[in-house]
Design a protein around this ligand. Structure first.
Ligand code: UDP
Length: 251
């Protein structure tokens, strides 16, 4: 079906060789996984929604000077991106206690944090993505101190901007995970935002009811996953670009 060279296949996305050197095509699958892929399902239309939502978020971030890998959306499931050397860290930023933080510290989900907290996890499915410190990151050469500083500063900016952007449409940004990559320019590597930002990688709660509008609906068997992702897109004002998903059709 697809004759392009596949570079990498992850749980929710596939990367193909791009049309020009230094570019890749990022394809968003409908596959959903949780708990290190122990739980799996196919959610029809998820890839289309995440492709469009991530395009929107990355474009907005680019507009405030947060450089990222997104170049342009190509079609319903694919976007053209810059090829980067992925830094093997999941960078999590939290505003409200939820998920693994609630479990680790025995705290109630929903407790606001006095200030945003950034955590690093080493990206390795076999190890279950362990929480790591800056000392591990430099000791094992995953990133240097300058890169860590850049990542911390960019992550706080992303958090501030996205908290405001979602807040304006009645959504609370509880936490999110982002990834970074190195863009090489000669001998110099600049750290830029990569991967995706979507309801798969953020916790998004309705600001009035605290209803979950994100992947926790899948993780916790709550149902209504696609409806919630659609609601996020609708509130961001981008559903008009996706008529076939509104109708529940196959993209
Ligand atoms: N997250 C993610 N991918 C992962 C782990 C976490 O996108 O592999 C996101 C998750 O959706 C949430 C945030 O990172 O928005 C914090 O997740 P947490 O550490 O609470 O882990 P989880 O409860 O997802 O196991």
């Amino acid at each position: 079906m697809n004759r392009r060279k596949k570079i990498y296949e992850g749980k929710a996305k596939i990367l193909y060789e791009g049309p020009e050197p230094g570019t890749l095509i990022q394809y968003f699958k409908d596959d959903a996984t949780a708990f290190n892929a122990q739980k799996k399902a196919v959610l029809e239309g998820k890839g289309v929604l995440n492709n469009r939502i991530s395009e929107y978020v990355m474009t907005r971030l680019n507009g405030i000077g947060v450089q990222n890998h997104f170049i342009k959306r190509l079609n319903l499931r694919e976007q053209l991106i810059r090829e980067v050397e992925i830094i093997p860290l999941e960078v999590v930023c939290r505003n409200i206690v939820a998920g693994s933080m609630a479990e680790r510290f025995g705290l109630p989900e929903g407790q606001p944090l006095p200030r945003s907290i950034i955590e690093f996890y080493y990206k390795d499915d076999k190890l279950g993505d362990p929480l790591v410190t800056e000392e591990h990151i430099t000791a094992f050469n995953w990133a240097n101190t300058q890169e860590i500083d850049d990542i911390l500063a960019m992550t706080l900016r992303v958090n501030d901007y996205l908290s405001g952007m979602f807040g304006a449409v009645g959504i609370t940004l509880v936490d999110f995970k982002i990834e970074y990559g190195r863009l090489w320019e000669g001998d110099f590597a600049r750290v830029i935002l990569a991967d995706e930002i979507s309801p798969d990688s953020c916790r998004l709660w309705d600001a009035t009811t605290n209803e979950k509008l994100d992947k926790d609906r899948f993780r916790r068997d709550m149902g209504g996953v696609i409806e919630s992702y659609t609601e996020v897109a609708r509130r961001l004002g981008i559903m008009k670009d996706m008529p076939r998903v509104i109708e529940g059709g196959v993209a």
